[in-house]
Design a protein around this ligand. Structure first.
Ligand SMILES: Cc1cc2nc3c(=O)[nH]c(=O)nc-3n(C[C@H](O)[C@H](O)[C@H](O)COP(=O)(O)OP(=O)(O)OC[C@H]3O[C@@H](n4cnc5c(N)ncnc54)[C@H](O)[C@@H]3O)c2cc1C
Length: 272
């Protein structure tokens, strides 16, 4: 990878790279198969965080007891990725590096405040999800780096999370996807909020202004409306064959309300 730089493309599950090669949208001199590298496929609960190896396929995440027990937003997202065949081959690392703004993992990573671990000729570094996605199909990963792990802080007590996706048909990429993470204290005051959107811009959107509005409130209707207005300002959807931009914008706000409601209900039962 170091020798070939931009001319080398790592191969994980091949679910995005192989179509790109077939369509001649990517034409690397060298394809580096990562599948021979041991130890990059796992879902682990570490002391205060969840660690997922970059080569972990979607279906292994879907089947993980750790995810089922504590990470509801991740469980919601993974169930809706493509179909069983795609989930058996596609990996979380490949998905994030591919950087498709209609993918599902990016929104969840942004809502849960996760980070991406990269390894390259200059050593190891960690990139916050909010710094990782730089543009459509572009990330902060350097050409000679591989992603080795995705890390997410363990949820606090009374945290709730949810990911909801609007798709035209089952298995499609998101028309819009909304991930929400909340922590409520004993008085139902929101002490932490994370929001990530997919399908509403050239890259995933982190609803930073909306998160700030929700923090410190009891999630009153007025605060939620104000947060939705902030999300509206942060989105930049485009019209395509699937839907006009205005429809995506409207649906993202509807799905934000629904995801928030579900996350609140789950916070009451400690299901983040
Ligand atoms: C029919 C179909 C439906 C799909 N539906 C959805 C969906 O609903 N939601 C969704 O989110 N996704 C969907 N996908 C995409 C799927 O999630 C892929 O798994 C994902 O985009 C790419 O993962 P991969 O492991 O196959 O990566 P690959 O295709 O092998 O690689 C993708 C890109 O990432 C790079 N790369 C891969 N791994 C690494 C690494 N560890 N470090 C550095 N670079 C790396 C490659 O060089 C390439 O540029 C769908 C795909 C298909 C074919």
């Amino acid at each position: 990878m170091g020798r070939y730089g931009h001319d080398a493309r790592p191969l994980a599950g091949g679910q995005s790279l192989i179509p790109l090669l077939k369509l001649r949208l990517a034409n690397p001199a060298v394809v580096v198969d990562l599948n021979g590298i041991p130890g990059l496929s796992y879902v682990r609960q570490e002391k205060d965080r969840l660690a997922i190896g970059a080569l972990t396929c979607h279906s292994d995440i879907e089947d993980s007891e750790i995810i089922r027990a504590r990470y509801a937003a991740i469980g919601d997202a993974v169930r809706h990725i493509g179909d069983a065949q795609v989930r058996n081959l596609g990996t979380i690392g490949g998905s994030l590096v591919h950087g498709d703004p209609s993918g599902d993992w990016g929104a969840v990573l942004l809502a849960l405040g996760g980070e991406v671990r990269c390894l390259g000729p200059n050593g190891e570094r960690f990139i916050q999800g909010s710094d990782f996605f730089t543009d459509m199909y572009e990330t902060a990963r350097q050409p000679a780096e591989i992603v080795t792990e995705v890390r997410i802080c363990s949820p606090r007590p009374s945290a709730g999370g949810a990911y909801l996706k609007l798709e035209r048909r089952s298995g499609d990429f998101a028309l819009v996807g909304v991930a929400v993470y909340l922590v409520l204290d004993e008085n139902d005051v929101c002490t932490e909020a994370g929001i990530g959107l997919s399908g509403v811009g050239p890259t995933y959107v982190k609803g930073m202004a909306a998160e700030r509005i929700l923090r410190g409130t009891r999630l009153s209707e007025a605060a939620i409306q104000e947060a939705a207005r902030c999300l509206d300002a942060a989105m930049d959807p485009y019209s395509d064959t699937r839907a006009p931009a205005e429809y995506k914008r409207a649906m993202a706000k509807v799905f934000f309300h629904k995801a928030l409601e579900l996350a609140c209900r789950r916070a009451a039962t400690r299901d983040s």
